[in-house]
Design a protein around this ligand. Sequence first.
Ligand code: B3K
Ligand code: ZN
Length: 906
Amino acid sequence: MLPTHPSAARAIHRADYRPPAFWIDTVALTFDLDPAKTRVLNRMTLRRNPAVAAQALRLDGEDLSLVRVLCNGAGTSFRLEEGVLVLEKLPSDDKPFELEIFTTCTPVDNTRLMGLYVSQDTFTTQCEPEGFRRITYFLDRPDVMARFTVTLRADRDRYPVLLSNGNLVDSGPLDGNRHMATWEDPFRKPCYLFALVAGKLACREQRVVSRTGKEHLLQVYVRPADIEKTEHAMQSLCKSVVWDESRFGLSLDLERYMIVATSDFNMGAMENKGLNIFNSKYVLAARATATDADFANIERVIGHEYFHNWTGNRITCRDWFQLSLKEGLTVFRDQEFSMDLCAQPSARAVQRISEVRDLRTVQFAEDASPVAHPVRPDSYVEINNFYTATVYEKGAEVVRMMQTLVGREGFAAGMRLYFERHDGSAVTCEDFLRAVSDANPGSLLATRCAAFERWYSQAGTPRIVVSDHYDPDAATYTLHLAQNCPQCPGQATAAPFVLPIALGLVGARTGAALPLHPQSEIPGRQDGDSLLVVLDQSQCSLRFEQVQEPPVPSLLRGFSAPAIVQYAYSDDQLYTLLANDTDPFNRWEAGQRLALQHAVAVITSGTGTGDTGALSGRFLDAMRGVLRHPGLDPAFKDLVLTLPSEAYISEQLDVVDPQRIHAVREAMRTQLATALQEDWQWAYEQHGDNGGYRFDPVSCGRRALCGLALAYLCLAAEVEQAMQAHPVWPGKAYQRCKDADNMTDRFHALSALVHSGNALAQPALARFYEQFRSEELVIDKWFALQAGCNDRGGQVLSAVRKLLQHPDFTLRNPNRARSVIFSYCLHNPGAFHRVDAGGYVLWGEQVLAIDAINPQVAARLVRAMDNWKKLAQPYRDGAFDALSRLAGKADLSKDVRELVTRVLAD
Ligand code: B3K
Ligand code: ZN
């Protein structure tokens, strides 16, 4: 039979949600695994949903060959409608009936990596959100939850390990050198949580006993050669199990919890019940091959998928519009996990700053673009396009605000009520909000729950506009707070958001934290030298008494709401906050604002002469002061001394000239490098020798600062070289590339050489490649570094074209495709945006090439053009031409088509 494809893309609307006409109670799947032709026998028991008027059963399917359909053991009539299997002649009473569907599929040709596919001769699945329909005909929607039994049959030598969800209940040999295993999942689940794996894998395992006294088996499966790299993953998993019990009282509900690493994966990892499948990047770590960032990401992602077992799997989403119900909440939980693993408060602050930096660079940009959407979108064509920073990271901020409003204990009570009410079901974002609110009657949240819900329904980043007045005679200080939200696609105006604003006052003369005596009707609460106020109207005023010196307002402490604060800080005020604020987040923020104000002033100075501006001596002294400060952590210093990214600077501007932004930021970096040269040398020497590699916040902070120092020292050396001096630092960096005992230091050194454009970069890159050519994750870094390289003479584009021809390059492996193409198009604006539009041409070619293989990955690449309308000329015309060319292509996937259409829409 011919394979079936769904036809033209249609928009799906949240308002059209209807409960399913049938329920599926049990599913028994039998797989005869063969890469070229896998046979899938699907036996389900179904019954009509009595709450819905009688209608045909419509089962989703995609790229399947249908062989047979039986109802209660007998043939039955059916038809295929745009890929959907329609059965009309089914038993009309409410009794359960059995449906048997026999199909085949071709895993080896599945380059989309959705459904069942083969990676390095291992069978793997990815079903979320709609991949299960590529395995068998089914009601592929999250509110249909069934009990699964899965039998796998395969060649014994080629696929010795056979895994699926739940518990192993049977296994044994079969004829013809084949073998079988049957797995039973005791929990009802939606089909997006189904998984199977079959291949030659080795396993690290550990038994743990949970609070309930039950023993659990934890397993991490990888290719045999990688087994040494699984210790950190296992430790991370153990920490996750302990943390969810102690913080939220949530114990592991499974006898066996498995993680499998695969090299070919569209995203980071997947929380399939009891059988998580991970991109190997988020499992494998050894100090020789993984950086501190890799170690941290592994810990976080393992935590994230583990936490989904409760927030996502036990309680799942009613429909995909509710994606943030599980993703926002689980990101919040993984953030709290990472923070709770930090012993020192300062390390917690570093964690928070890094999260906010990412949110503001990616999500704020998304919110300001033509693809802006609410945390709970209203419509989609391809749901894969909505696994976005808004749904994930802004969704997490929304949950964080709930916690801020009801307090940590109140939030834990809200989580308990949420499980009491909804365990085992598929619910909505509103159900979660309602549970947290109901568990905290009279709280700052419960009293404005309906307004708070706007965080789910309205897109856009709110602005908090602040003005103030100090009256020295009366010793009073008045703050005026107003909010507004810019227009978003399909949203001309927005009603006021509920904004929890943590603030404090810092004495402009003494730098002291001023005691707070607020006199106002505004709801809020005081915590130490901070006050939490809730702005839920379009504006309000707040008066403080007994303010004995002019105060500097420290606003939105800890980034208490995902908003932009607009207050006309003077440089003096920012220096006061940078030196004195008791809130580490705002201390960092003050430094960033100083740098940003300088950058924006130079960029918009309008001379167009190429003047890149001079940093003030005061700024350089302040940065030196932070660098040399005896009481600040190296990790914090690293964050303060890292300038705002080009992407973040772009967000502050109405018209974006990427080359100008790059030039101005580079000039700032060069000045920091040369003016603080002795200080960088001091920092490098002070933080260099760490006494062996350890992964903990203090050691990571030292390595980060040391790496930053080396980058600045190599940059300074380039300037000196131009002045005929004989710099030693590139030589030192080269040496470090050779003899570092860990990948973090080695890669910092290599990056310092590559970004500074030193002649030693080429031999260092060649040596690095030879040393690590068999380590695919390290080679990804090698590709990414070159494609993301600081563009000094427009040479990066041709370097990227060369990398695309490299024998190790392939478009079929998403990690490798991302390492070259995404590093260039999405993460290297100074090289990507070219006057000759060469970057855009490459982008268009690569979107098309990837789309033919893997639409989901191609659609992510489309996002490089999100903000094309803000570009200055000639970039804007170049980007428009490239987008229009792409839009004109006939056979785009619906993934790419949806994004190109939205990005181009007026
Ligand atoms: N839930 C998965 C994401 C699936 C993405 C599909 N395009 C991983 C996660 O967020 O935990
Ligand atoms: Zn998730």
